[in-house]
Design a binder for this molecule. Structure first.
Ligand code: PEP
Ligand code: MG
Length: 837
């Protein structure tokens, strides 16, 4: 037997739950319990609304019987979470000739006519989905009704029950529509998410005395600091009207009239209500209210809109005031929200003319003039002009230009290509793999099909948060690292149960990492210490040396540089662990790529250009990322790693003299066989013995292996015998597990993700199924051979919440990521450990 769908009057004791009636209905019940002046309200459950969508109505007479005779009603949607949306509010249901005539007596003809016309329009367009244009013209109820009759071939309904039935049906069906479904699913709503509806008696914002409607909140949506923010419209109705030009301020304001000027007591009551809601609902709310002849009604309250920065400030303030526990403040903030605080961002409401899209490889946004090479970037910076470095892809030669630029844009590459890794380290926004760009760096032109041609000096904005390139400049919001952010980071440290280190190559990176409060440096890529042009040349001399004597001369020059670098790093990190990775230069990244570079190198080496060119040719590799990299260089040219080991040990002695003892961690890259480790270890041990002997000073160190080839993971058992730690380098491990180039995958990655081949770009989000399985296997084999072995992850994935989740479950000791990813990593780690309690 079919039962009639029911409804529930909202009273303090009624059975109303968020999971059955939606968030708005539950919130309204809480306001009623607080004795706030909420008009009579009825809630329809998800079940009832589903029945309505299939044509089964509640008993309309008893539903209308709840309200005063002839009252006007509103209907609002009430989904389970505010973000899931729902059909828009419909006001003034019940409006008809008789009500309009009565209103004309009490409120004046003009006000009554305006309400009637706007209801006919909204009923026709929003409820019955008639053509909006047809209802733009009519300005009197008579004309509007005539238009309605023309379109519907029946008179405008006078019966409130008929009107309300149509409104409920239309809202119930709108929820089932495809667009609405997709939109809410994008916000995380389940497939069967329900809609509740709330029918409320209207408290009209029109009348002879002080009358109007408004919204108000007591916190700034931008900063989250206490502030009265809102709009008030005398003789107005509904949220939409508040966008009109004649809407007023809330508090007395020199720029124009305000609610406070005419209704100070009611504003005071609203402030009390806001405070009460903050205490009881444990949230900053935005209140929708009306005044009718001076009488205040609170119609609705929603979680107030806020930027990421405000989100952090609000949660921290609620916890500091003892309203919510610290754990809850931490878990309320989605980790990636913090990116909005760390970098400048395009303002949420700024206009966007999107020129191209790529991978958002480093978050934040910057505006500047286009430059096509590093020297132009430096020249532009010297003139104090912000610039954007646009390259096909970047190489070490571009580093100075990258330092000088505000942001990086590359046609090629992905999440872990050179530009992306360096930009993240420098905290610069970067969009990589913007494949629709056509670059002509010689003619200094950038073309996107269908758009005007861009030249050097034209202004663009790179939004590395969204991966978009915008034409011209965009309004920005500034970073916010003090106050609430710093407090939140302290709390995250108290709750997290996995170490967070930073990948830092230079003292500047290390200082930034210290600002974010890391547990050490988990990866110092030593080849990155040679991006400075003077050093780059010495490095190239070393790579180019054709005989041991030349190589030794170059290494003798590199040694003091490295020693100074390490001494500074150790001093900065004050006894915290610092993992130094021995050279891992993919040779193609260190060879000059153009004629100017070759000439400069020929000059430095005092060799003819032709000789340098042919040597470069002899060093070319078909697959440099699988070529003479990492430990392969260390095994074939042992002097290089020996020089580095000496520099590390000498720096250890110097830095330990002044402060906490330093225990350096030396890490061997790109290992695939145990014998590689044995060879390097015996040489490093020999250098240590020599340094001890020559200086007469003692020190200790740890030697470990970077597990970034599948074979190293499989053979982790025997590798562990010679390693105090194993750190998984997920960039190369992903590249090699998939057989997918980290520099070229950007070209087809979006097609792969769109067609569901990969759920996500595996260079952005760790592939737990495949790469993860290899890591678990490696970890288990490593632990079996050496139970006290330290395990870690240090690829770019390591700052991502899903990789931290994986690492915690796998029992890793720490993760290590770019300094600017540390805050997100800390918050994610704290949330995961809180959730596990
Ligand atoms: C890795 O491969 O994961 C890694 C951290 O090293 P790099 O990115 O320098 O190759
Ligand atoms: Mg690597």
């Amino acid at each position: 037997m079919l039962t009639t769908p029911d409804f529930t009057e909202i009273t303090p004791t009624a059975e109303i739950r968020t999971t059955t009636h939606g968030k708005r209905a539950k919130c309204l019940q809480r306001l009623v319990r607080m004795d706030l002046p909420v008009p009579q309200t009825v809630a329809l459950s998800f079940k009832t609304v589903r029945a309505v969508a299939s044509g089964q109505m509640p008993d309309m007479a008893s539903l209308l019987g709840v309200f005063a005779d002839g009252a006007l009603l509103s209907v609002r949607s009430s989904s389970e979470a505010q973000d899931w949306g729902g059909p828009g509010t419909i006001l003034n249901i019940g409006m008809n000739d008789a009500v309009a005539a009565r209103l004309a007596e009490t409120h004046g003809q003009a006000a009554a006519d305006a309400l009637y016309v706007s209801f006919i329009r909204s009923y026709a367009v929003d409820v019955l989905r008639l053509d909006a244009d047809a209802f733009e013209g009519p300005t009197t109820p008579r004309l509007a009704k005539a238009e309605f009759e023309e379109e519907m071939e029946e008179p405008f309904p006078q019966d409130a029950a008929v009107q309300l039935t149509e409104v409920l049906k239309s809202m119930a069906r709108a929820w089932e529509g495809t667009t609405a479904r997709l939109l809410r699913q994008a916000q995380g709503a389940p497939l069967d998410a329900g809609l509740g509806l709330v029918v409320q008696e209207m408290a009209l914002g029109i009348g002879q005395g002080v009358s109007g409607s408004g919204v108000v909140q007591f916190t700034s949506p931008d900063s989250g600091e206490p502030q009265v923010v809102g709009r008030y419209l005398p003789q107005g109705q509904g949220r939409a009207a508040l966008r009109e030009a004649d809407a007023q301020f809330i508090e007395t304001d020199p720029r124009g009239p305000a609610l406070q000027d005419v209704a100070p007591d009611q504003l005071a009551a609203l402030k009390v209500a806001g405070q009460l809601m903050r205490d009881r609902l444990r949230e900053e709310m935005q209140i929708e209210f009306t005044l009718m002849n001076g009488q205040l009604s609170i119609l609705d309250a929603v979680r107030c809109p806020r930027s990421g920065r405000a989100e952090v400030a609000i949660a921290v303030a609620l916890a500091e005031d003892g309203i919510i526990p610290r754990e809850e403040a931490l878990t309320r903030i989605p980790p990636f929200t913090l990116n909005q605080l760390l970098h400048r961002q395009v303002a949420p409401n700024a206009a966007r003319d999107v020129l191209a899209r790529g991978i958002g490889a480093a978050p934040g946004a910057a505006t500047g003039k286009i430059v096509f090479n590093a020297s132009a970037a430096q020249a532009m910076a010297a003139q104090g002009e912000p610039c954007i470095l646009v390259r096909r892809e970047t190489s070490p030669e571009d580093i100075r230009g990258m330092h000088a630029a505000q942001a990086i844009l590359t046609e090629r590459g992905g999440m872990t290509s050179h530009a992306a890794v360096i930009a993240r380290g420098l905290g610069l926004p970067c969009v990589s793999g913007a494949t629709s760009l056509q670059l002509d760096t010689r003619k200094k032109m950038l073309t996107v099909p269908g758009r005007k041609v861009f030249h050097e000096g034209d202004v663009i904005t790179v939004d590395g948060t969204t991966g978009e390139v915008l034409v011209g400049s965009a309004e920005m919001i500034e970073p916010a690292l003090g106050g609430a952010f710093a407090t939140l980071m302290d709390w995250a440290d108290q709750f997290r149960d996995i170490g967070i280190r930073a990948n830092a190559d230079t003292p500047e990176d290390a200082a930034m990492a210290q600002r974010f409060g890391v547990d050490g440096i988990g990866l110092c890529r030593t080849e990155h210490m040679f991006f400075d042009p003077v050093r780059l040349t010495v490095m190239r001399e070393m790579i180019f040396a054709e005989n041991p004597a030349d190589r030794e001369a170059a290494l003798d020059r590199l040694l003091p540089m490295q020693r100074a670098d390490f001494t500074e790093l150790f001093k900065l990190m004050q006894g915290q662990p610092v993992t130094i990775r021995l050279f891992d230069p993919p040779l193609h990244e260190f060879l000059p790529g153009d004629r100017d570079g070759i000439r400069a190198l020929a000059e430095a080496l005092d060799l003819p250009v032709s000789r340098v060119a042919s040597r470069i040719e002899s060093l070319q590799e078909f697959n440099p990322m699988l070529g003479m990299r990492g430990v392969r260089l260390g095994v074939t040219v042992p002097e290089i790693y020996e020089m580095q080991a000496r520099a590390i040990f000498e720096a250890t002695i110097t830095a330990s003299g002044k402060g906490a003892p330093v225990v350096p961690e030396i890490m061997i890259p790109l290992v695939s066989a145990m014998r590689e480790v044995e060879l390097v270890k015996s040489r490093v041990d020999a250098v240590a013995a020599d340094v001890r002997f020559k200086t007469g000073k003692e020190f200790t160190y740890r030697l470990g292996v970077m597990v970034e080839t599948p074979r190293a993971a499989l053979r982790a058992g025997d590798i562990a015998e010679h390693s105090s730690f194993l750190s998984f380098g997920t960039n190369d491990l992903t590249q090699m597990t998939y057989g997918l180039s980290r520099d070229d995958a950007g070209r087809f990655m979006s097609a792969y993700v769109q067609q569901g081949v990969f759920p996500e770009d595996p260079f952005q989000q760790l592939d737990v199924e495949g790469v993860g399985e290899l890591m678990l296997l490696g970890a288990a084999r490593g632990r079996a051979a050496r139970p006290d072995i330290t395990l870690a992850m240090c690829g770019e994935h390591a700052g991502h919440p899903s990789a931290i989740d994986f690492s915690r479950k796998a029992g890793f000791d720490y993760v290590s990521c770019s300094p600017f990813r540390v805050p997100v990593a800390k918050l994610a780690a704290a949330q995961l450990s809180i959730m596990d309690r």
